[in-house]
Design a protein around this ligand. Structure first.
Ligand code: ZN
Length: 156
């Protein structure tokens, strides 16, 4: 990564840390996953409302370092409204990028490819991956917690 891209990475991470997108509860969620990164103390809950083969709405809550929150925020922005199949493609491309396995697929990742900057800090890769692990969990099957919430749509 050149210096220009490095500065852009810092700008985007700080912007999303200060102003996280899609941050808050999602009372009508049908899928939910919690993620915890003990190495850093990052803890987030990701919620999705799905329908018609799409992620109709998405939100996350929790606390984490700048990388964790920025990654979660960028992710929600990227997959909000996306077809589930496209979200899975982004998920796989993101895991390949974060694991340093081959080329960064910028065509699929777009702005998310900025997070490749985190590869320079191996201890922070788990921070960046946390929200994506939660998304993978959500895309496989609804969790018991999410189903309980579905029974009580008014509960935040
Ligand atoms: Zn972290």
């Amino acid at each position: 990564m050149n210096d220009e891209l490095g500065l852009l990475y810092q700008d985007v991470v700080l912007d999303h840390k200060r102003h996280p997108r899609h941050h808050g509860p999602l009372p009508d969620a049908d899928r939910e996953s919690r993620g915890y990164n003990p190495l850093c103390g990052d803890s987030i809950t990701l919620r999705l409302r799905t329908g018609d083969g799409r992620i109709e709405d998405i939100a996350f809550e929790g606390q984490g370092c700048a990388i964790c929150v920025a990654s979660a925020s960028l992710m929600t922005e990227a997959v909000h409204g996306a077809r589930l199949v496209d979200a899975r493609v982004a998920l796989r491309a993101m895991h390949r990028m974060l694991s340093g396995d081959g080329e960064v697929d910028e065509a699929v990742l777009g702005k998310l490819s900025l997070l490749q900057g985190v590869r320079r800090f191996p201890s922070r890769i788990k921070c960046a991956a946390l929200a994506w692990h939660a998304l993978g969990d959500c895309l496989d099957e609804p969790t018991a917690a999410a189903q309980e919430q579905g029974d009580e749509p008014g509960r935040a």
